[in-house]
Design a protein around this ligand. Structure first.
Ligand code: MRU
Length: 351
């Protein structure tokens, strides 16, 4: 029995043939849900970042394909597969960087292909069950990440994080926040400094929301305070998530992670990257990973209010790349990979 009970949100659920997800654009002011039985609406939610976070958008895509299967009017296996492939193509176009999205889509299509020639209803059911399995496995993986990661957390630690790699970014329990939740459940006295993470403010709006709900002390810091905070010795560990990790150990994560990593190294603070193995990309070399660029308006406006003069553009890369030499360890559900990652990650994936 954990020493403390946790109260953290569930981002997305399959409820009576519909998908229900928290509209993260409304947090923390309103806890509002989107409910739909149309895969197109789920795709739109991913694109608009009403749901975001690598594992969460993987689960959302899997549920969207389940909706596409269940709602399809197909009479034959071939027609159903065609409908699924059309939905998969639309989902692939939503966001380019997080590996989990493509991993989940491929896994569902593979399942449908394995059921080749079966009755269409059997295929519909098979696809739905696979999507539910992806969701369940995500929570199980995160709980394992929590167990492996907690070993690096001591009583009294102040932990730095960026973006939101918590329950809201996954099916449940989070990745970078999982070791923090586990340490908290086990009674360790810890607190968190969350970088606010301009421009979408995942740290200020989402990480602070779920940590507060869990009862874990959290303070927000502006992104540009990270160097000074580290130089003052105000944190002893940094935990971050990942959207894609290459076999070389390059970590693609929220913009600002690289800055945090360079400064953490400079000040001797270990940096732990937490991610399920569905985030690891065994094929793509780092030079070929697409770094999402989002509309300039998301930088130029805050809450509908323009913060820069008319006619001025903005640079908005949603992610950056942290090279392996800045990473202390990569914590997955299969265990902890340590440098050199080009040796430990393939070993871990093979396990
Ligand atoms: O643009 P976002 O909010 O989808 O980016 C999310 C992140 O960068 C997270 O750190 C990452 O997806 C890991 S989430 C468990």
């Amino acid at each position: 029995m954990p020493a403390r009970a946790l109260n953290i949100p569930k981002t997305i659920e399959w409820v009576n043939g519909r998908v229900r997800l928290i509209n993260q654009l409304k947090l923390p002011q309103k806890l509002e849900y989107i409910e739909t039985d149309r895969y197109e609406r789920v795709a739109e939610a991913i694109k608009k970042m009403e749901i975001r976070g690598a594992p969460a958008i993987g689960v959302a895509a899997a549920f969207a394909l389940a909706l596409a299967a269940v709602k399809s009017n197909a009479k034959t296996y071939g027609e159903l597969l065609e409908d699924l492939r059309r939905a998969a193509d639309a989902l692939r176009k939503t966001r380019p960087t997080a590996k989990n999205l493509f991993w989940a889509i491929d896994r569902i299509l593979k399942k449908a292909e394995e059921l080749s020639g079966r009755d269409v209803n059997e295929v519909r059911e098979g696809v739905l069950n696979e999507a539910l399995r992806i969701a369940k496995e995500d929570e199980e993986a995160n709980r394992k990440i929590g167990e492996y990661g907690e070993r690096f957390i001591e009583d009294g630690d102040v932990i730095l994080t960026i973006c939101n790699a918590g329950s809201l970014a996954t099916y449940y329990y989070g990745t970078a926040l999982a070791p923090i939740y586990k340490a908290w459940e086990d009674g360790k006295k810890i607190s968190v400094i969350a970088l606010e993470t301009r421009p979408y403010l995942q740290g200020a709006r989402l990480t602070a929301f779920e940590l507060k709900q869990a009862g874990i002390p959290v303070k927000i810091a502006t992104d540009n305070a990270v160097g000074f905070i580290l130089s003052r010795g105000m944190v002893n560990k940094a935990f971050v998530g990942a959207d894609r990790i290459t076999l070389t150990g390059h970590v693609v994560n929220k913009i600002g992670t690289y800055t945090l990593a360079v400064l953490a190294k400079k000040h001797g603070v270990p940096l732990y990257v937490c991610a399920p193995t569905s985030t690891i990309d065994p094929q793509t070399p780092i030079e070929k990973v697409v770094i999402e660029e989002r509309p300039a308006e998301e930088v130029l406006f805050i809450g509908g209010y323009r913060i820069a003069p008319e006619g001025v553009g903005a640079i908005y890369y949603a992610f950056d790349i942290t090279p392996p030499e800045l990473v202390t360890a990569i914590i997955t559900e299969k265990g902890v990979a340590e440098p050199p990652f080009n040796k430990s990650l393939p070993r871990l994936l093979g396990a």
